[in-house]
Design a protein around this ligand. Structure first.
Ligand code: AHR
Length: 500
């Protein structure tokens, strides 16, 4: 039995915002140093940023990059990373027990983000620090000049303000591992006051309040409610983080990770709207899913590392075909919630659980997970349409029964392009899919059907074989005389079907 999907442009979820195609650069492992930045590299530009990596970042199509952490930000002094390079201190980074040389800081990162054409999203330290350094950073970045901090930026060689719109009020402040971990009450009050002071400097900024570090945190739900009780009026977005991995060989549950993300988003929307009702507020807080990915966290020794290395190799996961299918499915899930999820960041961008890998003084390449992200960012444009797929179900140990098909459809009214993104969670059987369009102007033809699918679901891309996993063209799909699209989704696959 196959699956069926009805599409109708009269029923829309909302516009596709480039902020949904965000990623994340943290001062962790080799994301910054020998990732985006390596002055001695043959492709490096005048500022020391790698040209080969920048090219892949542009190809990935990320619309937004969050910086500088992550757990790193909770011990960070942004003043260490500005001004003459020779004066910048070598600091012990408590989050990752590494040496931070501060050779890349706010101005270098913001210059790079302009160069690669992405919107920056900065996080302030609410772990070891508070209101004053946070508002000073907004002044340093956004005020044109004529004040102490903005004039310092000008003296540092940056005459124009950076005009950073998006700001995270700390990172994962509910986590006991966080430097400066707080209770929800302590955090909610601090975030509200820091946010207010930052907005007194620049009233046009948008603020992200930390939600829970994941849906399994013991304080999940109550943390959001309490933090919002204090900070609702000051903030625009509430954060969510989630990392997925295959555990104990249970591939079926892993392939259903999107079902978990779906329920998690629904719970946080309900919690945010409850806070709104209690507050009798007009404003609706939207979600910032500013860390999501597949991460084999079970394999990471974490704080057991005792050495204090500069640029250590941390969590450089190598992704498989199965991981790529799950990443593609998580993006489908995020797009289906485009009405409430305003921001989403694949964590991270390079080397550290990134879709891009690079070697010092060596090549860079696309991981398997690069492909579903890049194709989604390129083709899922315009408006997300409401879809209610029908079809078979699959039993999973972790999430019970889940739909075999997960899908989303976008429609670009201007170009007339329709994009169907679909995952077949069945590990063995192909899934026939029928797409029934209603109320669309004109007739449609199929442009192409691309898929990430492979006889070996564990296949990966490596330095030696960087193109082992790539999207492949699937033949056989067609638009029938009645205008319906029929395609076959291979077993365990992520698919992109383009119509015009
Ligand atoms: O992305 C890696 C880490 O995961 C981040 O620093 C932290 O916010 C999360 O726990």
């Amino acid at each position: 039995a196959g699956a069926r999907l009805v599409i109708d442009p009269d029923f829309a979820v909302g516009p596709v915002d480039p902020r949904l195609y965000g990623t994340f650069v943290e001062h962790m492992g080799r994301c910054v140093y020998t990732g985006i930045y390596e002055p001695g590299h043959p492709t490096a530009d005048a500022a020391g940023f790698r040209g080969d990596v920048a090219r892949l970042v542009r190809e990935l199509g990320t619309g937004l990059v969050r910086y500088p952490g992550g757990n790193f930000v909770s011990g960070y002094h942004w003043e260490d990373g500005v001004g003459p390079f020779a004066d910048r201190p070598r600091r012990l980074d408590p989050a990752w027990r590494s040496i931070e040389t501060n050779q890349v800081g706010t101005n270098e990162f913001l210059g790079w983000s302009r160069e690669v054409g992405v919107e920056p999203m900065l996080a302030v330290n609410l772990g070891t620090r508070g209101i004053d350094p946070a508002r000073a950073l907004v002044e340093y970045c956004n005020v044109p000049g004529g004040t102490a901090w903005s004039d310092l930026r000008v003296r540092h060689g940056v005459p124009e303000p950076h005009d950073v719109r998006l700001w995270c009020l700390g990172n994962e402040m509910d986590g006991p591992w966080q430097t400066g971990h707080k209770t929800a009450t302590e955090y909610g009050r601090l975030a509200a006051q820091a946010g207010k002071a930052m907005r007194q400097v620049d009233p046009s900024i948008e603020l992200v309040l930390c939600g829970s570090s994941n849906a399994e945190m013991p304080t999940f739900g109550s943390w959001e409610a309490e933090a919002l009780r204090h900070a609702y009026d000051e903030v625009d977005h509430l954060s969510l983080h989630a990392y997925y991995e295959e555990k104990g060989g249970d591939q079926a549950s892993f392939l259903a990770s999107g079902a978990h993300m779906d329920a998690y988003i629904a719970d946080v929307v309900a919690t945010a709207d409850h806070a709104r009702a209690v507050r009798r507020a007009r404003k609706r807080v939207t979600l910032s899913f500013d860390e999501w990915n597949v991460w084999y966290a079970d394999r990471f020794p974490g704080e057991r590392r005792l050495d204090l290395a500069e640029t250590p190799r941390l969590i450089e996961d190598t992704y498989s075909v199965t991981d790529a299918v799950v990443v593609g499915d998580l993006l489908i899930t995020l797009l289906r919630h485009a009405d409430r999820v305003a921001i989403a960041c694949l964590a991270q961008l390079v080397n550290v659980i990134g879709p891009i890998r690079s070697e010092p003084d060596g090549p860079s390449w696309r991981q398997a997970t690069f492909h579903p992200f890049a194709l989604t960012a390129r083709y899922a444009r315009g408006t997300v349409l409401c879809t209610e797929p029908t079809g078979p179900w699959i039993e999973t140990a972790r999430y019970g029964e889940v739909e075999t098909l997960d899908a989303v459809v976008t429609w670009d009214e201007e170009s007339g392009d329709l994009t169907v993104l679909a995952v077949n969670r069945d590990q063995r059987e192909a899934l026939p899919l029928r797409v029934v369009p209603r109320g669309l102007p004109g007739t449609y033809r199929m442009v192409e059907h691309l898929a990430i699918a492979d006889p070996d679901p564990d296949a990966t891309n490596t330095r030696e074989r960087p193109d082992r996993v790539i999207p492949r063209r699937i033949e056989g799909g067609e638009v029938t005389g009645e205008g319906e699209l029929t395609v076959e989704l291979p077993a365990l696959s992520w698919n992109l079907v383009r119509l015009t």
